[in-house]
Design a protein around this ligand. Structure first.
Ligand SMILES: [Zn+2]
Length: 93
């Protein structure tokens, strides 16, 4: 039996990957942009590979703001980056 894998496009490099292996950032119904470590929050999401270059690229090219149709405030951006880097520290490879 073939298991269906839910793939999503990375906002940094543009490649498709298994959504479970990616970071997700969500625009909530309250129009806030938040990091979603569980991948289960409601709202429009943007996906990123779990590596620094994709994350940097997605932020610097405004890929996140564009995907979510919402301006990303500098404060929100630095909060998100901090949360993501904390999460990456927790991944042992
Ligand atoms: Zn990527």
């Amino acid at each position: 039996m073939v298991r269906a894998v839910k793939t999503r496009q990375c906002a940094g490099c543009g490649e498709y990957r298994d959504a479970k292996e990616m970071f997700r950032i969500v625009r909530t119904p309250e129009k806030e942009i938040v990091f979603d470590p569980s991948g289960r929050m409601n709202g429009r999401g943007v996906y990123l590979c779990r590596n620094n270059s994709c994350i940097e690229k997605a932020f610097s090219r405004k890929g996140i703001a564009r995907s979510l149709h919402l301006n990303l405030q500098p404060q929100t951006e630095s909060d998100l980056k901090q949360l993501i880097s904390k999460e990456m520290d927790g991944i042992e490879e």
